[in-house]
Design a binder for this molecule. Structure first.
Ligand code: NAG
Ligand code: NAG
Ligand code: NAG
Ligand code: NAG
Ligand code: NAG
Ligand code: NAG
Ligand code: NAG
Ligand code: NAG
Ligand code: NAG
Ligand code: NAG
Length: 821
């Protein structure tokens, strides 16, 4: 949200707007020939897929659970639907910075209230408080006067935002860069608490604010520096440093199990990460030597008695945890981050280590029933016997409680991996977790523990099994959370309707859109950047991406499948300028016959060298530079009907190759009816050879039916698009349906949204609405087999697909899991 008067105190009701838009959409014919249908929106099921940064349970209302994430905003658990409900899908493209929750606060005396502090990056000033009095069904939105960083370092720490249990109108917020702030009107306006001493700790700032619910006016505030915890007993009139804090690293932290430190801690002393005040007045605190979530090597766990300021070290160690830590440890023990205390017993708690990965041994959850005197290592007790300290869940446990498998969590058991965390080296096992900073002992059922990882949420209902040294039963409780970043989507004319490429988690063949699928096989990319399919052999699919794999016997950065994406063969050789240092696999395309390839490799794309896309006509044995196209452009695609035919459009020059990408002929834009100095990825028809569209931003959409020999602008003035695709024709029509993300009218009342045209671009209808914007897509792809369906890839909300609601018959249907639960 940009700052603007109309957004201040603007009450946005996602549910009402959604209903209203469906009703106005009705079932009428718009303009000439594009029918307005009611639409419904669903997520393509992955189940998690990104970093869960916080888990919350309301202290008085059972089953009222929330999750916050770094780039996917926040969710509420619905026990009726047995899934998480996204709360902020109304965020517009212009407001993408608001699609991340820096902190989440509940009002302990009013379970209806929900406060979200929204802002992804401190480089943006577009930050806001989203305040709801109906558990996130509707929000009032107030711009915040300081930056936030939900996707920055330290996002794994405690809650910066807290509601005063003695005064529901009062909130405190610990900022990253502007000190401690206070609101006395439920987060509408904020004032700087200028007498707070340590306002600018480390650029990470204040990482938790904890009100003492038994003592009016007592507040604890933790800054992410050694000795960084302060308190007030008079409601903030004066602040003091909490006495007795650990200020230096002791030898038993630095030297253990015959391991001698090779690199010293990043900080002079332990830095507080999370704190929890138990009902007996004991505050538990986890510490690290850096803010996390990565790069932390040392840490401790402490408790202090708030009644008399005495401190006790309760760090899990050799002599107080069972099973004992894995030895020989060849890596720093990591810090401690995740922390939760049972509501019904102040001596029952869990803590979780941070960044032992890549081990051995990797991170462990520890469970104590005696206030931290002794611990059970939950990770080890949950894990089948393994040789190497990589604790993990048997892959069969990676399933929802109702049995639906989440098979991709095996990460295809690929040993090497370019991404952080990820696969277990033990086949048949998935890692217990990494980046496990979010953990919750359910306040209304202490047997139910959930913990977040870099990829999903695990849960158990039987944590006490560890007391008798046996494994709890684990399952996945992340359904409904779809928080991935999408890099590539294709919808071929045969096989699975959708294949995808993701940031961090490779890619998928979605043979069923509702059910989580296995991950693509080797090479398992961390980022899968590009996919294409052969028009006449739609089971031939190519992919390119980045891995950590060495270049041994074949190219690890691109592969081909001839069975629709089930099995893959790496190309025998990579084209030049390809390796992991370019951080992208580049852009690869396959011709209609499936026999000719072009590849603008990561290096070419990065440097835009004076070399065109390399081509191969022997399925990747050899790659050569083309003639007639001398720019490392990513604006390339293949004709889906005529073999050997590739197109490129860059810097106002149109290129076509009819010999498999070996030679191109070119035309200057002005000579063929295109606006000068434009460029775009050519979008091709899946039915007609030589039919192409060029979405040229504010210049509109241009169309050719003769291989680009000449072009005509389609539609009315005001059509402006950043993303464009084609799909199955409307009933009774031959021309494909067109989809665009952008505007279809000019002027002050223009609306940015997702539009469809059935009549070749003469008329457009909007098919999303204010409630379904998800921060704006990164790519859209029409389905050539399903009229009206368009897939949208988001940065933080996964893949959404919009379908005509054929069951509604003109009446409104609202689906569980969409809105209104
Ligand atoms: C926010 O940042 C933008 C771009 O840097 C700037 O134009 C605008 O004035 C800033 N707004 C505020 C309220 O600081
Ligand atoms: C808490 O303390 C404040 C400041 O002294 C006082 O105004 C308020 O009434 C107290 N609230 C309760 C519930 O005791
Ligand atoms: C807030 O207060 C701190 C002192 O605690 C001060 O250094 C800082 O400049 C203030 N920030 C703003 C934006 O007023
Ligand atoms: C501090 O208080 C706790 C109870 O909260 C008690 O167990 C402990 O012995 C006290 N320590 C001292 C030094 O008084
Ligand atoms: C464990 O060992 C540490 C020293 O490394 C010692 O301070 C502590 O008291 C011991 N704890 C128990 C439960 O024996
Ligand atoms: C299991 O739960 C998921 C998510 O709530 C749901 O989509 C699926 O239909 C359920 N499966 C069964 C067999 O009930
Ligand atoms: C990646 O390729 C470039 C260009 O070929 C080369 O300069 C660089 O050394 C390569 N990097 C690695 C890590 O192989
Ligand atoms: C592309 O440009 C980069 C940076 O100028 C250069 O290092 C590289 O050698 C060039 N590669 C080719 C194939 O032209
Ligand atoms: C597409 O062409 C435009 C205009 O020349 C250029 O700015 C852009 O970088 C190209 N895109 C890719 C991915 O190469
Ligand atoms: C599209 O519409 C938005 C309003 O939703 C406006 O801010 C933007 O300038 C328009 N874009 C163009 C190119 O007209």
């Amino acid at each position: 949200m940009m700052f603007g008067d109309k957004f201040i105190a603007h009450k946005l009701s996602a549910f009402i707007v959604f209903l209203a838009s469906l009703i106005t959409a009705g079932s009428c014919v718009h303009n000439d020939g594009t029918k307005a249908h009611p639409y419904r929106y669903n997520s393509v099921a992955v189940t998690g897929g990104g970093f869960i940064t916080g888990l919350f349970g309301h202290p008085t209302e059972p089953n009222l659970l929330y999750a916050r994430t770094d780039i996917g905003s926040s969710y509420r658990w619905s026990s009726a639907a047995q899934q998480w409900i996204p709360l902020t899908d109304f965020i517009s493209e212009a407001d993408i910075n608001l699609f991340g929750t820096e902190s989440l606060a509940l009002d302990p005396s009013n379970p209806k209230m929900l406060y979200l502090a929204q802002g992804q990056y401190t480089t943006s000033n577009n930050t806001a408080f989203f305040v709801s009095d109906d558990q996130g069904k509707t929000f009032s939105i107030y711009p915040a006067p300081f930056p936030m960083g939900s996707n920055e370092l330290g996002r794994n720490n405690g809650e910066r935002l807290a509601v005063n249990p003695f005064n529901s109108k009062e909130l405190y917020f610990g900022t990253r860069t502007e000190g401690l702030w206070k609101s006395t009107d439920q987060a509408k306006t904020w004032s700087n608490i200028t007498n707070f001493p340590d306002a600018f700790a480390n650029g990470i700032g204040i990482v938790f604010v904890v009100f003492d619910p038994k003592h009016n006016g007592t507040i604890y505030v933790g800054a992410n520096v050694p000795n960084g915890i302060y308190y007030t007993k008079n409601g903030g009139i004066s602040w003091s440093i909490v006495p007795g804090q650990p200020t230096t690293w002791t030898d038993d932290v630095l030297i253990f199990a015959n391991w001698t430190p090779t690199s010293p801690p990043l900080s002079d002393g332990p830095q507080p990460m999370k704190a929890s005040l138990a009902s007996n007045g004991v505050m538990y605190i986890t510490y690290g030597d850096g803010p996390g979530p990565y790069g932390v090597s040392y840490g401790i766990v402490q408790k202090f008695h708030t009644a008399n300021f005495t401190w006790t070290d309760i760090t899990p160690a050799l002599n107080n945890s069972y099973p004992p830590p894995y030895t020989p440890q060849a890596f720093p023990r990591g810090g401690y981050n995740g922390l939760s205390v049972a509501k019904d017993d102040p001596n029952t708690l869990v803590v979780i280590s941070l960044d032992r990965d890549p081990g051995p041994a990797i991170d462990s959850m520890y469970y104590s029933r005696d206030g931290g005197k002794s611990w059970k290592d939950v990770s080890q007790l949950s894990s089948p016997p393994v040789p190497d300290g990589t604790w993990g869940h048997p892959i069969q446990e990676a399933a929802l409680k109702n049995g639906t498998a989440v098979p991709w969590l095996s990460f295809n058991n690929a040993k090497q991996w370019g991404g952080y965390g990820a696969p277990s080296p033990n086949v048949g096992q998935t890692k217990f977790g990494w980046w496990m900073s979010a953990v919750l002992i359910d306040p209304h059922n202490s047997e139910h523990i959930m913990y977040g990882t870099g990829a999903t949420i695990w849960a158990t209902d039987t944590i006490s099994h560890v007391e008798s040294n046996s494994a709890p039963t684990w399952y996945i409780q992340a359904q409904g959370i779809e928080m991935t970043a999408i890099l590539a989507l294709i919808s071929p004319t045969a096989g699975a309707n959708l294949l995808s490429g993701f940031g961090d988690i490779n890619g998928f063949r979605h043979s069923d859109l509702f059910t989580p699928q296995p991950m693509f096989g080797s090479p398992t990319f961390s980022n899968l950047d590009c996919l294409d399919w052969a028009g006449r052999k739609p089971n031939v699919i190519v992919k390119a991406g980045s891995t950590g794999l060495p270049f041994v016997d074949a190219c690890p950065m691109a592969a081909i499948s001839t069975d629709g994406g089930l099995e893959w063969d790496r190309f025998p050789n990579c084209a030049p300028m390809t390796n992991n240092s370019f951080q992208t696999g580049g852009v690869i395309a396959v011709d209609a016959s499936g026999e000719h390839l072009v590849w603008t490799t990561g290096g070419l794309l990065k440097f835009r060298n004076d070399t065109g896309p390399y081509y191969s006509s022997d399925l990747g044995k050899t790659w050569d530079a083309p003639k007639g196209l001398n720019i490392g452009t990513g604006n390339v695609s293949s004709d889906k009907v005529q073999p050997k035919t590739f197109y490129a459009y860059d810097s106002g020059i149109w290129y076509i190759s009819k010999d498999g990408g070996a030679t191109y002929s070119s035309s200057v834009a002005a000579d063929i009816g295109l606006p000068e100095n434009t460029g775009a990825v050519p979008v091709v028809s899946f039915k007609a050879a030589g039919e192409i569209w060029l979405p040229l931003g504010d210049e509109g959409i241009y169309h050719s039916t003769n291989f680009g020999s000449n072009w005509k602008k389609i539609g009315l003035d005001g059509v402006s698009t950043s993303m464009f695709s084609v799909g199955a024709p409307a009933p009774g029509r031959k021309n494909p349906a067109l989809y665009l993300w952008g505007n279809t009218t000019a002027g002050a009342d223009a609306v940015t949204g997702l539009f469809r045209s059935d009549d070749a671009g003469s008329s457009w209808v909007r098919i999303n609405d204010e409630a379904h914007q998800y921060g704006g897509p990164r790519l859209i792809v029409g389905d050539p087999r399903v009229y009206g369906r368009v897939y949208q890839g988001y940065f933080g909300r996964g893949i959404i697909y919009a379908d005509i609601d054929t069951e509604s018959h003109g009446t409104v249907t609202v689906r569980p899991g969409t809105y209104g639960i």
